[in-house]
Design a protein around this ligand. Structure first.
Ligand code: THG
Length: 369
């Protein structure tokens, strides 16, 4: 496949850390929320092993934060999601499916409740700002909705706590999964959550001031040296095995949260009100026709740039492969696929076209263990 240069312009946004990524030899970018997201430095496989054994510093500024504040902020947030946030607590993070009136996925952000009338939505790759503004405007809500200038660094990997302790002090140990709190470095207060787009454990640091952010970046790299810290980025292999879904890849506005396996985040019964509630109640009654599953494929390479059909022995389409990467752990390609319900069965065999060759694979449960 021919490779092209991405031409950078104002529209394709850089981050405060782009200069650092380039200094450390970023090897490839993708575009996420109209912004540059590194995909690898040396190789995805090398970085997969390193992430599982050591610690990495990621620039995930592409997880843009939409701030919603004002008296109607809860109403607006709740209208966008099927997860019950009526009892959401300040200083906690919530992973929530955003759904439209048809009950289809709009985004799957992490939401941080900052205080009683202030929330931040850390969005996946779709334009939530306009969805939120559209709803706020049509309901005449008393809210302010805007995209902040916050940049985000993630420290991920089994040694992340050790690095964080060196920079922010022992107290970081008290932070629990999906909570956030405020920690100081060189006179600057940072909001830090125990979260991140890997299953290896870690933190996310929300940075409001670029200049101090760069000093913090360098300090994390320096203090992390003896723990073998390296620059990294969300790792395709690790996140597929761990079943961390990617909006736009694994699911999009043609899929509903039941099909994505988000059942535990779907509230159909109590008093909360959201746009897609009626649609999701109907879908629940009727049942779903497809569902996200894992796959393993007998190949040592893949470069998936569009959905690929999965076929049974009789050439029936049983589903579509949506993300895939070669896994050193399984010595096969692992992937995430949307499978027609009647074929959603662990170990079911299929064939798929890779580089114009039919290769065999098997469906498996998520996470891929
Ligand atoms: N961190 C922050 N914002 C984000 C992401 C992130 N926004 C975009 C994107 N990633 C959203 N997608 C996810 C997907 C999974 C998780 C977080 C964000 C996640 N899931 C946990 C899991 O599946 O194990 C926990 C889910 C739960 O307990 O509710 O962490 O990475 N700031």
């Amino acid at each position: 496949m021919k490779k092209f240069l991405i031409s950078k312009t104002r529209r394709l946004r850089s981050t405060p850390f782009t200069s650092r990524l380039e200094k450390y030899g970023v090897g490839g970018y993708t575009v996420y929320n109209h912004m540059l997201l590194p995909t690898f430095f040396k190789s995805v496989e090398e970085e997969y092993e390193h992430l599982k054994n050591h610690v990495q510093l990621w620039d995930v500024t592409v997880q843009r934060q939409i701030e919603v504040s004002g008296n109607d902020s809860y109403k607006l947030i709740q209208l966008m999601t099927c997860r019950d946030l009526s009892k959401a607590k300040i200083n906690k993070c919530y992973y929530v499916p955003f759904v439209d009136k048809e009950g289809n996925m709009v985004n799957d952000p992490l939401i941080l409740k900052i205080d009683k009338t202030k929330w931040r939505i850390c969005i996946a790759d779709s334009d939530v700002l306009f969805f939120a503004k559209g709803i706020a405007g049509s309901f005449n809500f008393d809210v302010k909705v805007f995209e902040t200038n916050i940049a985000t660094l993630a420290i991920q990997g089994p040694k992340s706590e050790e690095v964080m302790k060196k920079v922010f002090g022992e107290n970081i140990k008290n932070l629990k999964f999906f909570n956030f709190d405020y920690f100081e470095f060189r006179g600057v207060k940072y909001m830090i959550s125990k979260s991140g787009f890997s299953k290896q454990g870690g933190y996310e640091i929300y940075i409001e001031d670029t200049e101090s952010g760069l000093i913090l970046y360098d300090e994390l790299m320096n203090k992390g040296k003896e723990l073998n810290i390296k620059p990294g980025c969300p790792n395709a292999i690790e996140r597929i095995e761990g079943a961390l879904l990617s909006y736009g890849n694994d699911m999009d506005n043609n899929d509903n949260p039941f099909e994505c396996g988000f059942d535990k985040y779907i509230c159909l019964d109590n008093g909360i009100n959201y746009l897609g509630k009626k649609a999701l109640q109907d879908i629940k009654k009727k049942g779903i026709e497809k569902k996200i599953m894992g796959v393993k494929i007998d190949s040592n390479e893949i470069n998936l740039i569009q959905e690929e059909k999965l076929l049974d022995q009789n050439n029936n389409v049983i589903g579509f492969l949506r993300s895939a990467a070669f896994s050193p752990k399984f010595n096969k390609v692992v992937g995430i696929a949307m499978i027609k319900s009647k074929y959603c069965e662990d170990s079911l065999k299929f064939q798929v076209n890779i580089n114009k060759k039919l290769v065999s694979g098997k469906i498996c449960n998520l996470p891929i263990l």
